[in-house]
Design a protein around this ligand. Structure first.
Ligand SMILES: *[C@@H]1O[C@H](CO)[C@@H](O)[C@H](O)[C@H]1NC(C)=O
Length: 366
């Protein structure tokens, strides 16, 4: 989003903790990819192995198109969304901040009409899947909309999150000893950081949450963020921000997005009618046309640009690499090396071994 690039220079706090690696997983049954390939071949792929492999790379372990989560309800009533490569190398469990949902981490699709695909949340999913991780995102039990709703709370949610950490690796057939990491933002981060007191796992990421006394990683953010916002829409938003005096001379946001100074922007630009008009020029197949969703996407960006208690998707790969290395590598270097050049352009990289499905076994001799 060009507006974001001009506006941004945002600062987002990200905290990482490596928890001593502990063998928590049962050595579950080995993956049986043959069935998946057969299904793909049966589903009308050309029949050649190359075509089958290409088709397989666009499917997740459940045989669904990439970025389609499986939704399940835990016995505790929590909803859980998850997706895994055919051969996951580990598990990342994501716990959202207040007001959000597990389904924010996947794009809206016919199988997941409730999915919002919030840009930063979705970027986390894409990066983790690209690195071979299965991704799971749980919703807090509290599903009340509005201020103070949809927050994680220790009493209501910790045991369920611990149960996911314990049992999902088996469901997903993670190899024995594969790491499990928990990422949480704000109220979800509070759970992530405390969860190791009741269940063993390998590392935690806390965003916009910190136990006192720990150093924070402050990172500048400048990127094209939104697949759902066209350059035209972006330029238009930027112009509105300028005209309303919401940017300073350097193009930085000049007022807290939570204040009344933004009311005009909200009504003029983020109003459904105005946005709808801006969206009509975009190709339906490429761009999110849902006004409500795009409004949410714009606000996630603006809040992050102001560093206002927002989740951040820029550093997921760096965070995973840091955790994999037991927290010993220089996080600043990892961030420079693994920062996505363009968040909006991030796709799931399926060329790694986690996505390679074994060729089908030869037919038995006649
Ligand atoms: C995709 O993953 C492969 C294998 O892990 C890696 O070699 C390649 O550089 C990655 N490509 C991109 C664009 O990240």
């Amino acid at each position: 989003m060009r507006a974001a690039a001009a506006v941004a220079a945002a600062v987002a706090a990200l905290l990482l903790f490596a928890v001593a690696a502990l063998p928590t997983q049962d050595p579950g049954a080995s993956v049986g990819p043959v069935q998946a390939v057969r299904e793909l071949l049966g589903a009308g792929a050309s029949g050649s192995e190359a075509a089958a492999a290409a088709a397989a790379a666009r499917r997740n372990a459940a045989g669904l198109p990439l970025l389609t989560p499986t939704k399940t309800q835990l016995s505790t009533g929590h909803e859980l969304f998850y997706e895994s490569p055919p051969r996951p190398v580990g598990l990342l469990l994501i716990l959202h901040k207040c007001g959000r949902s597990g389904s924010d981490h996947w794009p809206r699709s016919q199988p997941c009409p409730d999915c919002l695909g919030l840009p930063h949340s979705l970027a986390k999913t894409k990066q983790a899947l690209s690195r071979g991780y299965a991704v799971a995102a749980m919703s807090s039990l509290d599903r009340r909309a509005g201020g103070g709703g949809r927050c994680f709370a220790w009493a209501a949610d910790a045991r369920a999150a611990a149960e996911v950490v314990r049992s999902l690796p088996r469901t997903l057939r993670l190899p024995a000893g594969a790491p499990v990491y928990v990422d949480g933002a704000s109220s979800g981060g509070s759970i992530a950081l405390r969860l190791a007191s009741i269940v063993d796992f390998n590392g935690a990421i806390g965003e916009v949450i910190a136990p006192p006394g720990l150093p924070e990683m402050l990172e500048k953010m400048e990127a094209d963020l939104f697949p759902s916002i066209s350059p035209t829409l972006s330029a238009s938003l930027h112009q509105q921000l300028e005209q309303l005096g919401l940017l300073d001379a350097k193009g930085f946001i000049s007022a807290d997005p939570g204040t009344a100074a933004w009311d005009t922007f909200k009504s003029q630009v983020a109003s459904f009618a105005a946005l709808r008009k801006l969206l009509t020029g975009m190709k339906a197949a490429q761009r999110e046309q849902d006004v409500r969703l795009v409004d949410k996407h714009i606000w996630e960006c603006i809040l992050l640009a102001w560093a206002r208690h927002e989740t951040v998707g820029e550093h997921m790969t760096a965070a995973l690499v840091w955790l994999e290395g037991g927290g010993r590598q220089d996080i600043g270097r990892l961030v420079s090396r693994y920062r996505p050049a363009r968040l909006a352009a991030l796709a799931v990289n399926t060329s790694g071994p986690a996505w390679r499905v074994a060729p089908p076994s030869p037919p038995p001799p006649a």
